[in-house]
Write a protein that binds this ligand. Structure first.
Ligand code: SAM
Ligand code: ZN
Length: 407
């Protein structure tokens, strides 16, 4: 085995979840500022994505439980070191087979070594292939997959169609997007190109970006007369992650498209609203609060971002699995997400934007939440932003609460 490793050196052995894997020794790959840069290593391994993988195993276990899946067949077409696929095989009880692939020869080599190291060669197969090809070619050979994990560099947009095609009826699609600048409105042209959507650079861009990604998946699925149901979508660190069920039928597709809409945002005062519809139906282009000009973003997903049963069960899995390295942080996030579900209104206000609007000092978000609740509104922190409050109160009521708080 050591002979095979030599061309991939320097390596180190790490423990992640139940897996032990050889990964590039990141200290050897620094950028011009001296920061460790996983993208410079011959095979990509990012310790900042442990949270993503920890939740992935909980998500897969939950899916198997809720949908009564046995002997699941998974695909991980961007496997890199293989850590994710190996973890699925080791940590999810109903996994029969994981097909891993990567376009890089070195990645396939290292993934194969890691498969042997973890003794999962009976369950996990690694092939060198372009991801879209892997997904499509295997439909005929081995049938469709129960779960496909799309975890590429940057945007997943160009891989969604093939992943949906390669999923079985009611299968689970898990998608990571790390191209946050386009989705968050820092590079709008890239968002138009990749997601056929217009983003916005505002205080609640993380939620808009998450909804643009889901809206895109729904529209890609609809092309093939398929509909999606969102089990969970969230933003953490430098990525967005979505878990959606894909079901066949024009009716399912139409139902999902019924959750497509747009955001209206006043650049002057920050007033915001959401409109439903495949095309934006807007009565006025002026803000009802200050008569400033309204901006439009979308199309995007205006439906729910988390399902109660799925998020509850994922939280349970996280609590049970004490070995998970990112367990505490993920539990905190899932608790916030579960509280957000019940607000039922999209988007949030940040204490910094409200402080600026009412020309007061910034206060802690929990204080604002207290006052909003005292005033009869529902309010909770959002996982999207530590300074964000999700509430059914409108901007005027939030400003009033803030003034009351800082009087
Ligand atoms: C972000 S890394 C995957 C990380 C891995 N899923 C994990 O959790 O550690 C992306 C991987 O995709 C591979 N890749 C890039 N473009 C590809 C393509 N079109 N088809 C297949 N693999 C590709 C790269 O070689 C790289 O190993
Ligand atoms: Zn306004």
């Amino acid at each position: 085995m050591m002979k095979d490793l030599s061309e991939l050196e320097p390596l180190r052995l790490v423990e992640e979840g139940r897996a032990r894997v050889y990964v590039p020794r990141l200290e050897a790959y620094k950028d011009s500022y001296g920061h460790m840069d996983p993208a410079r290593a011959p095979v990509f391994y990012n310790p900042r994505m442990i949270s993503n993988r920890d939740l992935a195993v909980c998500g897969a276990e939950t899916y198997a439980k809720l949908y009564k899946r046995r002997d699941m067949r998974l695909a991980e077409p961007f496997c890199s070191t293989g850590v994710r696929g190996i973890r699925y095989a080791l940590e999810v009880s109903q996994v029969e087979h994981v097909l891993m692939g990567d376009i890089s020869e070195k990645a396939v080599k290292l993934a194969n070594i890691n498969v042997l190291l973890n003794r999962v060669q009976e369950k996990v197969k690694v092939i060198r292939s372009e991801a879209k090809r892997l997904l499509i070619s295997h439909i005929e050979i081995e049938g469709r997959f129960d779960l496909i994990d799309v975890d590429p560099f940057g945007s997943p947009a160009s891989f969604i169609l093939n992943a949906i095609e390669a999923l079985r009826e009611g299968g689970l699609l898990a998608v990571t997007a790390t191209d946050l600048p386009p989705l968050f409105g820092v590079h709008p042209p890239a968002c138009r190109r990749k997601y056929s959507s217009v983003p916005l650079r505002v205080s609640y861009s993380p939620e808009i970006g998450t909804r643009i990604l889901i809206g895109y998946i729904a529209r890609e699925a609809a092309k093939m007369e398929k509909g999606i149901e969102v089990l969970l979508a969230y933003h953490m660190d430098h990525y967005i992650r979505a878990y959606v069920i894909v079901e066949r039928g024009a009716r399912k597709a139409d139902q999902a498209l019924g959750n497509i809409g747009y955001v209206l945002h006043c650049q002057k005062c920050g007033w915001r609203d959401m409109v439903k519809g495949f095309l934006p139906r807007v009565r006025t282009s002026y803000c009802p609060l200050c008569h400033g000009e309204l901006m439009l973003a979308g199309p995007l997903w205006i439906g729910s971002l988390a399902r109660d049963d799925f998020s509850k069960e994922v939280l349970h899995e996280l609590r049970e699995r004490e070995y998970l390295l990112e367990r505490k942080r993920l539990i905190r996030m899932m608790e916030k997400i579960r509280a957000e579900i019940h607000i039922g209104k999209p988007f949030y206000y940040t204490t910094s934007e409200i402080a600026k609007l009412v020309r007061r000092n910034e206060v802690k978000v929990v204080k604002l939440i207290e006052v909003l609740k005292d005033n009869g509104y529902e309010a909770t922190v959002t996982h999207f932003d530590p300074k964000g409050v999700k509430t059914n109160a409108d901007l005027k009521a939030v400003m009033r609460a803030y003034i009351e708080l800082t009087a």
